[in-house]
Each structure stands twice: as C-alpha cells, then as structure tokens.
Write a protein that binds this ligand. Sequence first.
Ligand code: NAD
Length: 110
Amino acid sequence: MSGRLAGKVVVVTGAAQGIGFGCARKAAGEGAAVVLGDIRKERGEEAAAKIREEGWRAIFQFADVTDETQCAALVDAAVRKYGKLDGLVNNAGWFPRARLEETTTELGKK
Ligand SMILES: NC(=O)c1ccc[n+]([C@@H]2O[C@H](COP(=O)([O-])OP(=O)(O)OC[C@H]3O[C@@H](n4cnc5c(N)ncnc54)[C@H](O)[C@@H]3O)[C@@H](O)[C@H]2O)c1
C-alpha cells in the first residue's frame, strides 16, 4: 500500500461487512485511522479487530444511520479516539436516494 491516507481519520458507515468493510480495510491499509459504524455490533467489532490484526488502526462504534443522534455519536467517537475527522464513506444505504445536500432524517424513514 502507498500510504496515500497517512494521518487521515475516516468514518465508514455499514462497515461490518461487504463494501463498507472493504472500504474501511482499504482506507486503513492506505494509512488512515478508521471508525467502522454499523448496527451489527458483534460483526462490527470483529471487522475492526481484523483490521487491527493486520497492523492498522480501527475501532467499531455502534451506529444506526437512520438515527441522527447515533450519527453524531459516530463522529464524536472518531474525534474522541483520533482527534479529528477527515473523511466519510457514506456506505450504509437505503432507497429512495437523494443528493447529500437534500438528504434528511425523514427521507431515511420512508
Ligand atoms: N452490492 C451491490 O451490488 C450494490 C450495488 C449498488 C449499491 N450498493 C449499495 O452499497 C452499500 C453496501 O452494499 P453491500 O452489498 O456491501 O451491503 P451488505 O448488506 O453486505 O452490507 C451492508 C452493511 O450495512 C449495515 N447496515 C444496514 N442498515 C444500517 C443502518 N441503518 N445503519 C448502519 N449500518 C447499517 C449492515 O449491517 C451491513 O453490515 C449499500 O448502500 C447498497 O445499497 C450495493
């Protein structure tokens, strides 16, 4: 890996498995400290542990992205552990979709 994200802190939602886990693992391998958010606590903890076992930095934080308070707690967890937040992989998703600026809490509950 080339270390292109060295010194960066990245949050990935829906990171317990699949594309989100792949993004988290890749970002960690590029040097970022990653915070994995997901609603599957056990699997999310295992995913973060797997990344740490590879020698990279990762923690898990339970976070349901349909709950604004839990999204704020996810950001807080990144800042508390790693001191800042540089990037977000907004992977946990649902339909209907909207552009970031048009996304509201209500949209996620439809
Ligand atoms: N796999 C594909 O072919 C494909 C294609 C287009 C878009 N996508 C999108 O990519 C994203 C990831 O897809 P995937 O195939 O890796 O899915 P996946 O089902 O393998 O993983 C999704 C993860 O998101 C978590 N999650 C679900 N609801 C959540 C919530 N409310 N808050 C936090 N975490 C939640 C799940 O626990 C799971 O760990 C999704 O948004 C999906 O719509 C996937």
